[in-house]
Ligand binder design. Sequence first.
Ligand code: SF4
Ligand code: MG
Length: 328
Amino acid sequence: TKHFPVRKRGREVLSKVTKVVRAVDDVTLTLRRGKVTALVGESGSGKSTVARLLAQLYGRTSGDIKLHGESVSVKSGKKFRAYSKRVQMIFQDPFASLNPVHTVRYHLTRALKIHGRAGKTKEDLEKALADLLSRVQLTPPERYIDKFPHELSGGQRQRVAIARALGADPEALLADEPVSMLDVSIRLGVLNLLRDLKERLNLAILYITHDIASARYFADETIVMYAGRIVEGGDSETVTQRPAHPYTQLLIDSAPDPDQIAAHAVSEKDRGTGEPPSLINPPSGCRFHPRCPHAMDRCKTELPPRFEIGDGPGHFAACWLYSSEEKP
Ligand code: SF4
Ligand code: MG
């Protein structure tokens, strides 16, 4: 759980916390080595906050993070480094995450040195650098190693950012919208690369996206967030083919059909499904109830727990429609 305090600006008591943004509430998920888990939701659903909590870039309001069953606390810089060696983050905008005044060599050397993987000799380092670049298919390495970020394409920059993350030899990658700023034509190449790395390096990957269609293609497991809470999860095939939660159904219905982008833009406007709610004062009960076509009385007051759907591995939905009392 992560709540951000909102402090009142102006003359009255500057430091007094007047409200909180309930960005992430009671989110529980498990990443596994050799698997991609997609975390899907609209902007403002809390999915990036989940990644930052897992990367320990944010402290949590409550709850626990476990690595191989052991609680992780990163109070000291040393402990943070030990954790970040195992769990690396990849950001949406590779241009912002790479320093424009430094070359690829600098970025990758620094990552290798921080994590004690630069070797003893200059030859060791050169070999490790070439190895990182070939892992992300930037070959031959000498073509890229002395380039500055602005001399690379968006896709190449994201590959460098991935190579830098691999410099730590991590167990898990947290990828926050890793392809959403890239040209549509090269997104698939970067996702395929990540999938290939998952297989070869047995990585656990958290793939954060607003694009549920890409989750189906790329992720083993899909989890859907709405307004700071998990509303549905299960294996990707089941969640995307047989969405159980009304919100997931809405997401899938409004995913653009590549052949009908223009038609989609129109229908989206007319659909009138509304906007995600404010997380300062989220709706009571099921947070989706103001937008839900199936809302019942209890939805307005009672928070739905997770119900097993039973039609696919681990498929669940937090929706009263699946409570045995509601079933006909
Ligand atoms: Fe709709 Fe109720 Fe299910 Fe929420 S719990 S998604 S309001 S039917
Ligand atoms: Mg985000």
